[in-house]
Design a protein around this ligand. Structure first.
Ligand SMILES: *Cc1c(COP(=O)(O)O)cnc(C)c1O
Length: 386
């Protein structure tokens, strides 16, 4: 089976992890700060907090921004459930904004209409989470302008997007948001097995997230309520979690960062090749906004169902039978039973549902060969009789 995504682990990665295993620190040593520094410098952010997953990063990002009961978080339905669940963890209400039919990202015009209505009804969101689907950045300038006008905070869920650029600058530099989150799950662009990171240019937010990642405990005398009882002393000044990344993971991350640019270039090469090879097929290849240089975590095609006798499901299952590990990103979150129980209906976000009925993620990963890619294309041609 050719998977839709997979990690690339080199001997250098293995050596880096083994070295940590033989060192003094398996956790809370020098590698986590080094990894944070490498990512922050690469993308141009002032502060970076490595954690054990992007889900944890989203959670502490929401808490640091003060999200709580009585507040609202809005995101896109076409995302992994974690982009929405982070709001529920904080006791906030979650709602969605439909997608742009070209980029499949949260649509700024739909956001504006919903904000106008929410203002009239007194139900404005505190936090909006745009998701850079497949690695293509959202229209952050428009979202940022709305954030100013309606006073909400912005967390970029850039789980798909490390190494990508928006208007020529790296995603994660925080120019148009308060916090950006990356994921290092093995299917993502670089991996630490499990892992995530929250980046910000705001020292206060960084400090809050640093506390929340490790039990709300500080050893900094300046943050304590009174003078230390002795050199053993620490204080718990907030209610935090154990969301720490290990030294093994951080060492892997540092090693993987060395190849980030190479990975993105390879993904662009493969995407350009797919675009050519699929041009004559009844599928819509990923449209790219001119402001965007995607991280290309995923390559999603949309079937032009009016031009084929096959159903979406038949095409998907035929590809799997032919050894192509296709996937579907994503089942719109508002249709998940946990969310329909809150009252969401499929038809609430029609463009997300249209997308769901046509989308298929075909294999895209840095070590994919052109030969493997040709197999994917041949399998698609076969099932589409093209
Ligand atoms: C993978 C992913 C997450 C969660 O990442 P983890 O590191 O697995 O917690 C969140 N949002 C999006 C859009 C993702 O793709």
């Amino acid at each position: 089976m050719i998977p839709y995504g997979r990690q690339d682990i080199t001997q250098a990665d293995i050596d880096a992890v083994v070295e940590v295993l033989q060192s003094d620190f398996l956790t809370q040593g020098p590698m986590v700060p080094l990894f944070e520094q490498r990512v922050a410098e690469h993308v141009g952010a002032s502060h970076a907090l490595a954690v054990n997953s992007a889900t944890s990063a989203l959670h502490i990002a929401c808490l640091a921004l003060g999200l709580g009961p009585g507040d609202r978080l809005w995101t896109t339905p076409v995302t992994f459930v974690a982009s929405a669940n982070c709001g529920l963890y904080c006791g906030a209400e979650v709602d969605f904004v439909d997608i742009d039919p070209r980029t499949y990202n949260l649509c700024p015009q739909a956001l504006e209409r919903k904000l106008e209505q929410a203002e009239r009804e007194g139900t404005l969101p505190k936090v909006v989470v745009p998701v850079h689907l497949c690695g293509q950045p959202c229209d952050m300038q428009a979202i940022h302008a709305l954030a100013r006008r309606y006073s909400f905070k912005v967390i970029e869920d850039a789980s798909h997007a490390i190494g990508g650029k928006y208007q020529g600058e790296f995603i994660g530099n925080g120019k148009y948001s308060d916090i950006t989150v990356f994921s290092f799950h093995p299917v993502k662009i670089i991996t630490t097995a499990e892992g995530g990171m929250a980046l910000t240019n705001d020292a206060e937010l960084a400090n809050k997230m640093a506390l929340l990642r490790s039990h709300g405990i500080t050893r900094d005398p300046q943050q304590m309520t009174h003078e230390a009882d002795g050199s053993w002393y620490y204080q718990q000044i907030d209610l935090g979690f154990n969301y720490r990344m290990t030294e093994l993971q951080a060492a892997l991350g540092v090693s993987q960062m060395e190849r980030l640019d190479e990975y993105i270039a390879r993904r662009h090469h493969l995407a350009a090749r797919y675009n050519d090879l699929l041009a004559a097929l009844p599928v819509t290849t990923p449209w790219q906004h001119p402001d965007s240089y995607s991280g290309l975590h995923l390559y999603v095609v949309r079937l032009q169902l009016e031009k084929t006798t096959q159903t979406h499901r038949q095409v998907f299952e035929s590809l799997r039978e032919q050894g192509i590990g296709v996937n579907l990103h994503y089942i719109p979150v508002h249709t998940q039973p946990y969310y329909t129980r809150m009252g969401f209906k499929s038809e609430d976000f029609p463009l997300s549902m249209d997308y769901y009925q046509e989308a298929i993620s075909i294999p895209m990963f840095q070590t994919m060969s052109e030969d493997q890619q040709d197999k994917v294309v041949a399998a698609l041609k076969k099932v589409l009789h093209a």
